[in-house]
Ligand binder design. Structure first.
Ligand code: ATP
Ligand code: MG
Length: 575
């Protein structure tokens, strides 16, 4: 492609609203332009990257016998009511009405549509296993769209859905997709981890996220330093590396004492000279229900944090419970946060496992500037349940018993779920099994954020000058900087290399603009193609061009006639 004939506009300055490197580079390289919050136009270069990602996805899914389809973007309300998700997903779905006042939403996910599609024809065990996928635009009314394509409102997703006769077969499908995802993200040249994860609002009880490792990632991952255990912090069991035995000291008399101005664990710990891990803090959440709201208390060691996803899963809530505001805490307990505790409140109290082994501990007294000492659960307040409710942290024991956990940050580019019969049951997608018995179909669903993957790759592969594309994703393999469009000989050499490479099937961007060399080099670094060939007057007089590798900076002087062979060998080696 000739730059002078196409539409690529780079920016010299960093856009003000781009907070992370990949977003800045996407904008500066003219890859994307924002239309409105979380909604972008993909320029030609970005489109080529998307196509490359899609090609790898299609090839790997085809190997697993998946079949591509394309579903509607606009979905009727009635379908979402069948699964009760019309209300649950209310803040995520963009809802609209047609001219007959019928309500619809833009597809934020397609479990309902695919289940409806399949239930019409899949009536026998003979039709299974089957796995259908599409690559399509999704719309989610994200509360905080940010970081460019990372969290868009309109974004491109590959979503696949498997249908099986029973759980065992469904887990085989799940495993096949796990393998396919490993292949896909490996071929895309990404440094990633598959981590155990929460199933969120999708349903099911087994899921794995594929996380591209990057400092700026929104997700926290805990990975064993001594095994392949890896989990999203949201669900990672918290196990002390040196667990405390349950204390056998006798329970002592409850005592209130004055703690003026001591409203944080840190100041309390300093003043009482007790380590934070032996103080107990109380957090209050609201379980919100249409009929009645129920506040609850959660007790933790002073140096731990609540994991609200664990509360959600323990209590089987549709979403994470809401933390009470300071004002609500005061109304509930009579004291400001910092002087609150579980004693004397008539609400369910959940005790984290870390607290359950403690005795005679300190909590707030539910009276401003007072605490209680020698508090004991069971005696001083009723325990609704003891459970693992804290965030695991680096240094904790790996839940598989091997090694300790290390913290990484990641960008979720894929997520696979075993769904069970949640959708088939509620939507009546049933089949006749071998024995002629009517059964709900077992399902799995599998997403890849195609547009997010594009940006995650940049976040992981860039330097101070610009993008460094992995070869499999690069919009063009070769970028020719043609330095002298007015010089006949240089012109001829540049076009000769361009034509020859294209004839051999390589993708080449020829920068034939009337711009200064320094300007062209800067743009070449910014756009990030793996190989740059410089064709200039001095070199051409000696029958030579310079080829530079974007990633390593290694530079090679090549005879004009040797360029194609060099590129062929390099591409084969770096695939
Ligand atoms: P997240 O936790 O990041 O909000 P999710 O768990 O809601 O994502 P899934 O329903 O699992 O997302 O969707 C499958 C994939 O689609 C995700 O793994 C992610 O790569 C991508 N994705 C989800 N939401 C967005 C978004 N707002 N913008 C870009 N990609 C997204
Ligand atoms: Mg997810």
């Amino acid at each position: 492609m000739k730059w002078s004939k196409t539409f690529i506009y780079t920016l010299k300055e960093n856009p003000a609203d781009a907070e992370i490197a990949s977003h800045r580079l996407l904008m500066r390289g003219g890859y994307v332009r924002k239309l409105s919050s979380g909604v972008f136009t993909y320029g030609h270069l970005a489109l080529r990257v998307l196509r490359n990602i899609e090609k790898v996805i299609r090839e790997e899914l085809d190997k697993k016998n998946c079949t591509e389809v394309l579903m509607p973007m606009v979905q009727p309300k009635e379908l979402w009511q069948e699964t009760d998700r019309w209300d649950v997903w209310d803040d995520i779905l963009l809802k609209l009405k047609d001219r007959n006042d019928r309500e619809h939403c833009l597809g934020g996910t397609h479990e309902e549509v695919i289940t409806d599609y399949v239930r019409r024809d899949l009536k026998s065990y003979r039709g299974m296993p089957v796995n259908l996928y599409q690559i399509q635009t999704k719309f989610r009314n994200e509360i905080r769209p940010r970081f460019g394509l990372m969290r868009g409102r309109e974004f491109i997703m590959k979503d696949a859905y498997s249908f099986d006769v029973d759980k065992e077969a469904s887990l085989v499908s799940y495993e096949g997709m796990r393998e396919a995802y490993h292949q896909i993200f490996s071929r895309l040249g990404l440094d990633f981890r598959g981590v155990n994860a929460d199933s969120g609002g999708i349903g099911g009880d087994k899921s794995m996220e594929f996380q591209v490792l990057a400092e700026t990632g929104e997700d926290a991952l805990l990975v064993s330093d001594n095994s392949d255990f890896a989990a999203n912090i949201e669900i990672c069991p918290a196990i002390d590396f040196e667990p405390k035995e349950k204390s056998d000291e006798p329970e002592q008399e409850l005592q209130e004492f004055s703690t003026p101005g001591l409203r944080t664990i840190a100041t309390l710990s300093d003043s009482l000279n007790v380590p934070a891990c032996e103080l107990v803090k109380t957090m209050y959440y609201m379980l919100e229900n249409n009929e009645k709201n129920q506040p609850i208390a959660v007790l933790l060691r002073g140096d731990d944090e609540v994991n609200a996803v664990k509360i959600k899963n323990l209590l089987g809530l549709p979403a994470e419970p809401r933390l009470l505001s300071d004002q609500e805490v005061k109304e509930l307990t009579g004291a400001n946060p910092g002087s609150c505790g579980p004693v004397g409140l008539d609400i369910p109290v959940y005790v984290d496992t870390g607290v359950s082994v403690l005795k005679n501990y300190v909590t707030g007294a539910n009276k401003d500037d007072f605490h209680l000492k020698n508090v004991n659960h069971g005696r001083d307040f009723k325990v609704a349940q003891v459970a693992d409710l804290r965030l695991a942290k680096p240094g904790d024991a790996s839940p598989d018993g091997q090694g300790r956990l290390k913290l990484y940050r990641g960008i979720e580019v894929g997520h696979i779920f075993y769904l069970g019969t949640k959708y088939s049951e509620s939507m009546g997608a049933k089949f006749l099994d071998k024995n002629g018995k009517l059964k709900p179909i077992e399902m799995g669903c599998y997403g890849i954020g195609v547009s997010r993957t594009l940006q995650a790759a940049i976040e992981q592969n860039h330097d101070e000058n610009g993008i460094v594309w992995p070869l499999s994703m690069a919009p063009f393999q070769v970028h020719i900087c043609h330095l002298d469009p007015k010089d006949e000989k240089v012109n001829q050499a540049a076009h000769q290399i361009y034509d020859q490479l294209q004839a051999q099937g390589f993708e080449v961007l020829l920068d034939d603009r009337k711009e200064r060399p320094g300007f062209k080099f800067k743009d070449a670094d910014l756009l990030g193609m793996p190989l740059r060939i410089t064709v200039g007057k001095r070199g051409v007089e000696n029958g030579e061009v310079e080829l530079k590798e974007r990633k390593t900076g290694a530079s090679h002087a090549l005879a004009l006639g040797a360029v194609v062979d060099f590129v062929r060998a390099w591409v084969a080696e770096n695939k």
